[in-house]
Design a protein around this ligand. Sequence first.
Ligand SMILES: Cc1cc2nc3c(=O)[nH]c(=O)nc-3n(C[C@H](O)[C@H](O)[C@H](O)COP(=O)(O)OP(=O)(O)OC[C@H]3O[C@@H](n4cnc5c(N)ncnc54)[C@H](O)[C@@H]3O)c2cc1C
Length: 443
Amino acid sequence: MRQPAGPGQWRNWAGTAAATPARWAQPRTEAEISAAVKDAAAAGLQVRALGSGHSFTPAAATAGLALDLSLWTGITAADTQTGLVTVRSGTTLRALNAAAAEFGLALANLGDIDAQTIAGALSTGTHGTGARLGGLATQVEALDLVLADGSLVTCSASDRPELFAAARVGLGALGVVTAVTLRCVPSFTLTADERPMPVEQVIEQFDSLAAANDHFEFYWFPYGRQALVKRNNRLVPGGSAPPARMRAWRRVWEFEVMENAAFGTLCRLGRAAPRLIPALNRLSSAALSARSYTDASYRVFVTPRRVHFVESEYAVPRESLAGVLAELRRAVPGLAEPVMFPVEVRVAAPDDIWLSTAYGRDTAYVAIHQYTGLPYRAYFDLFESVVAGVAGRPHWGKMHSLDAARLGPLYPRFDDFRRVRAQVDPEDRFGNPYLSRVFGPAG
Ligand SMILES: Cc1cc2nc3c(=O)[nH]c(=O)nc-3n(C[C@H](O)[C@H](O)[C@H](O)COP(=O)(O)OP(=O)(O)OC[C@H]3O[C@@H](n4cnc5c(N)ncnc54)[C@H](O)[C@@H]3O)c2cc1C
């Protein structure tokens, strides 16, 4: 689950962040987490909880104590009546989905992959897509945290509500999340419909597509004309006959061979001969094909991602999406270094979580990627200059260059977050250079 880089070293999935922690701990109980935090404080070390290392930013990097929570896993309570499920913070989404399914429960919405830990995913504002749904943090009912003084506290909408509003998307800046109580929904089946459509048409019909589908997203290759539109909808009992579940061999063909092995080969070819990238891109675009199938929700939301890449993603006000995409499409062909990976667009409903990228506004997410090892700086800078014009908010776990001075005006409750942080962690026990950049000093 972790990304070992060498003895005593840590590095993230994308290879964009690395660190050599002075100390490691692998706690198995809350008492051990608390003791590790107190011992680090006595030694003057900062503390970072590690998730699965799937953030592209150095959010989890530390030169102090690295708290590896991979032995702190599992569901501790599940109530099939209320849907409330309490899970230890080091549990991966994959394990959580499987365990919740045994109780007939599921998360209402998920992102693209399930390798993240629940606490890591929450801490950076991980989201999926759905115009009427929020990100993972909106499904949280309560959090347990070990604070800088080693005390264990619980927070919820009624118990320490400010800590709750801050810590649901808290980048680990407020304490170590030890347990998360989620409001799950009864297990459900999704019907997936994926088909190519001209990009212009998708952008024109964006609002109606977002409104008509439970989970709508699309992606396109920057030099191609076709987008792949993905519509995932809850299966309605008694409705028209759904498409069949995908057979095991076809899953391997579609997801492993076509989307990973074959695409990985094209990417390697593009990296070896970058001048071929626009043509390879058009080839990938032309190869997009329709498919529809039905499966358990979490098996439809999530797909394997074996081809490594770097990514930046911004949340923009829904109404500004068409302008952002038009500018991006106009400018990308002029880049000296071509782009191998697609652009992905998703949606979310507004929420009230202080540092949620969807705070207070109907949101469209625009994610750009580049194959690992290919130059990406000019592309990502170009993207940032486009989204800056519409008050875009960067995903906390994906690459961006913003600092506290630029982030503050984007979040109405930014100063409240900093106030709560200063109250619960005046000595910056949970700080690291990334947090100093995005929030400024702790005290
Ligand atoms: C292939 C890929 C696909 C992705 N798909 C999506 C997607 O669909 N949607 C989306 O929104 N994002 C997506 N992401 C981004 C990813 O969900 C986030 O970066 C997420 O934070 C990663 O979780 P993690 O467990 O790896 O956490 P890490 O990256 O290890 O840590 C993230 C942050 O959480 C903190 N943290 C971890 N555990 C705790 C804890 N117990 N208490 C307090 N703080 C803690 C860390 O210190 C760090 O600050 C994707 C990333 C990759 C590489």
